[in-house]
Write a protein that binds this ligand. Structure first.
Ligand code: FES
Ligand SMILES: [Fe+2]
Length: 455
């Protein structure tokens, strides 16, 4: 598919449905987006000791994050350079002192360099040598971490990680700062959900405030009825009932967009809950003990709902989780929900994070299946001949550019976040073939993103 053909898939405020259904476009995305961007691989707490690994995917590539004998974390392609076998299966494990391929027992140091192989006889006179990089596992071009969150890029060029994260980094900061010692760890395993839809649909839904009262009507009604029956609105019901706020509530929320498709939305739960809620009070007390009242108030006062790190997923600072979004196929997306413990915060804080993940995002949630069903319907509806365009028009042309390089909505029901993601998508996919004028015409505002100039 040529860049001219790709450019024709955009109209002001709408995109062609082929972005969600075309396998060739998905394959291009794996090269031009997942082959370029910084992608979250995992948290360093998932590999606490030398030899520990976390095998996962960056786009269509199998990779393994591993802690070396020197304590450094590397990210390697999960491929043996002999016949190509994957060294380890997906998930977490410990390689011990080195990787040993299960096929013919070639061995590799934890940073991927070749160690040895059985029976060297027969390789004399060939190019085989332990120093020849063709006989080592290949590392990803760039690996970096931000406060323990490990990202990798398959491209040697492009912005550094901090520049790439931009305004979304403040969510990771706040997630960590909610620990009195400023550190979090993945705890309690991960939930995994396979969605029968294109990966971009999930990102677009994360700040789609207009869907909440409609899509989640059944769980809102159930929460309200239960609350009435027991004469109380405990946390478990409150977080389900939150989707049922009136339109005026959603309209008043603030949505932020940043370059590279990132952004966040203002929190939807009461920021003054510390006065009423024992868990928040205990959490705040632990932060006051560590940092004093003013800093504790500042940390607890960052009231955000979903944050988007486009290509990686959605961290949530208030309820300490990261929904990692892994594209599998044009119509398949794997979501991994990691829950974090704030080190040295009260146990109840972690328990509440688990309750939130269980009730809102896990496979047993009675909220998330509403979304997953609608994502599947979008995938199936967009595969019919019933029309070609997907609308992202709401509040088009009204988004305000901010001095921090981002943009802000004038109304919380704006489809600014979707347009921002699509602006980044165009940059990744078309590189310099998108002029600032074309982008301004399409998004209705000054260009935010210089992302993704193709290597
Ligand atoms: S494929 Fe790994 S040693 Fe042969
Ligand atoms: Fe939803």
């Amino acid at each position: 598919m040529t860049n001219d053909e790709l450019a024709k898939l955009f109209r002001p405020g709408s995109v062609h449905k082929r972005l969600y259904t075309d396998k060739d476009i998905f394959d291009l995305e794996m090269n031009r987006i997942y082959g370029q961007a910084w992608i979250y691989v995992g948290h360093q707490s998932q590999v606490p000791r030398p030899g520990d690994y976390h095998a996962t995917r960056i786009g269509d590539q199998d990779v393994v994050m591993v802690r070396g004998s020197d304590g450094q974390v590397s990210v390697l392609y999960n491929r043996c350079p002999h016949k190509g076998a994957k060294l380890v299966t997906e998930g977490d494990g410990c390689a011990g002192k080195f990787f040993r391929c299960p096929y013919h027992a070639w061995t590799f140091k934890l940073d991927g360099t070749h160690m040895s192989l059985p029976l060297r006889a027969g390789l004399e006179g060939t190019c085989y040598s332990a120093d020849n990089p063709d006989f080592s596992m290949k590392r990803l071009a760039r690996v970096d971490q931000y406060r323990g969150f490990v990202f990798a890029s398959q491209s040697a060029s492009g912005p550094d990680l901090r520049e790439f994260l931009g305004g979304s980094a403040s969510t990771i900061d706040n997630l960590c700062d909610r620990s009195p010692v400023g550190e979090v760890e993945v705890a309690g395993g991960v939930f995994r959900v396979m969605q029968q839809s294109n990966w971009k649909v999930f990102y677009e839904n994360l700040h789609d405030t207009m869907h909440a009262p409609a899509t989640h009507e059944s769980s809102v009604v159930a929460a309200r009825e239960q609350s009435k029956a027991i004469g109380d609105m405990p946390f478990e019901l409150l977080i389900q009932e939150g989707n049922g706020e009136p339109w005026s509530f959603w309209e008043a929320l603030e949505l932020r967009a940043y370059p590279y498709g990132h952004g966040y939305m203002e929190g939807i739960f009461d920021p003054n809950a510390a006065e009423k809620d024992a868990v928040t009070k205990a959490h705040q007390a632990s932060l006051i003990a560590a940092h004093g009242a003013e800093r504790a108030r500042e940390i607890m006062g960052m009231n955000r709902h979903n944050t988007i790190i486009y290509g990686s997923g959605s961290p949530h600072n208030v309820f300490q989780q990261f929904r990692v979004i892994r594209p599998i196929a044009v119509d398949r997306t794997l979501i991994e929900i990691q829950v974090f413990r704030c080190k040295e915060a009260p146990q109840a804080v972690f328990d509440r994070a688990l309750v939130y993940a269980n009730l809102i995002n896990s496979p047993s949630s009675n909220v998330m299946p509403d979304d997953v069903e609608l994502y599947r319907r979008c995938q199936e509806g967009n595969s019919t001949r019933g029309g070609d365009w997907v609308s992202q028009h709401r509040y088009l042309g009204t988004d305000k550019s901010m001095p921090d390089g981002g943009a802000v909505s004038i109304n919380g029901t704006s489809e600014l976040p979707m347009r921002n993601q699509m602006a980044a998508w165009r940059h990744y996919m078309l590189g310099d073939d998108v002029s600032p004028e074309q982008e301004a015409a399409w998004t209705g505002r000054t260009p935010l993103s210089t992302a993704g100039a193709q290597a």
